[in-house]
Design a protein around this ligand. Structure first.
Ligand SMILES: Cc1cc2nc3c(=O)[nH]c(=O)nc-3n(C[C@H](O)[C@H](O)[C@H](O)COP(=O)(O)OP(=O)(O)OC[C@H]3O[C@@H](n4cnc5c(N)ncnc54)[C@H](O)[C@@H]3O)c2cc1C
Length: 289
């Protein structure tokens, strides 16, 4: 049984199912994908509000057979770098003082290197998925069929007896308690602005142009406290600063806050606070039964 129909839950269920096991995936939301969520519109366009890029550091994703085409992000032209300070906030969605250095080093090593993780050309932002990041989750879900049950949040996992009783309510608890625990390529890097990173995510057929902007960590907290009008003003001002005034009048502008999604509560990835690995690291891969 897998809890959650994000990439992780779906891929583990797929693997088990391919090995002849019967599987059940309990998903709190009414959709698959978790932090990979794509909104589709009537005119055929779509927008990703979560996972979207694939890169050279993810060879296993490339080996999985989804039957979905991928294409290279536009890398012709120059990047805009509005650079004064230094920040790692975009990688983990947390302020530097909140992320364990050990975790940051492990994460960079897992993704090959800091350079690969922050790069488009031959890096983590090299490719996009036709139809958006959630298309991968949909393809996995199709293979699993009725094994996925929606709107089934798991609250409590009781492993004291053989039956492994599940209670479907809200937040998750464990019993027994677990251990404490324009000539531009569309890329703008601006650590001092609200939108720390802007990327070109226009579709493969070039029907329209699309940029995605990330607002993370401390800047995201400030942004949350602002009214709609102030947020729009900031976004348009920074777009104008990056690409010129033309960019400050987009056809469409949508702001999505992953922090306010009940079953995701933040993004882009889980990160350990200082001390987590050294005090609890040995529990991470240890079976709980
Ligand atoms: C804005 C953003 C951009 C990103 N960009 C990229 C990118 O370009 N490339 C990339 O590789 N990664 C990217 N990521 C990271 C990527 O989305 C995540 O690493 C990945 O989707 C995590 O998959 P997961 O299955 O581990 O978790 P999740 O996607 O979080 O899935 C967890 C699932 O469990 C469900 N769930 C939670 N609690 C319960 C419960 N109690 N009971 C039942 N179900 C529950 C949730 O609803 C969800 O469906 C991005 C993330 C965000 C948010």
């Amino acid at each position: 049984m897998a809890i959650g129909a994000g990439y992780a839950g779906l891929s583990v269920a797929k693997t088990l199912s391919e090995r002849g096991k019967s599987v059940l995936v309990l998903e709190a939301h009414d959709r698959v994908g978790g932090q990979a969520w794509t909104e589709h519109f009537e005119d055929g366009s779509y927008e990703d509000y979560g996972a979207m890029f694939l890169g050279v550091q993810q060879p296993n994703m490339h080996r999985l057979e989804f039957g979905i085409p991928i294409f290279d992000v536009n890398t012709k032209g120059n990047s805009v770098l509005n650079y004064r300070g230094q920040t790692f906030e975009l990688f983990w969605g947390l302020g530097t003082s909140q992320v364990s250095l050990l975790h940051a080093l492990w994460y960079c090593k897992s993704g090959f290197s800091f350079t690969v993780l922050g790069t488009i050309d031959e890096g983590a932002q090299k490719e996009l998925v036709v139809g958006g990041g959630q298309a991968i989750a949909h393809a996995l879900a199709k293979q699993l069929g009725d094994a996925i049950r929606y709107e089934e949040p798991v609250l409590q996992l009781d492993q004291r007896n053989e039956s492994h009783v599940l209670h479907h309510i809200l937040h998750v608890q464990f019993t027994p308690a677990l251990p404490p625990q324009k000539g531009l390529r569309g890329e703008v890097v601006s650590p001092d602005g609200y939108m720390g990173l802007i990327n070109d995510v226009s579709p493969h057929d070039g029907r329209y142009g699309m940029l995605v902007e990330f607002i993370a960590a401390t800047k995201a907290m400030e942004f949350l406290d602002m009214g709609e009008e102030q947020r729009r003003r900031i976004v348009l001002t920074e777009l104008g600063a990056g690409y010129g005034q033309e960019a400050a009048s987009p056809v469409k502008l949508k702001i999505h806050t992953m922090m306010q999604e009940k079953w995701s509560t933040g993004c882009p990835v889980a990160a350990s606070t200082p001390g987590t690995w050294t005090s609890m690291g040995h529990w991470i891969r240890k079976p709980v039964d």
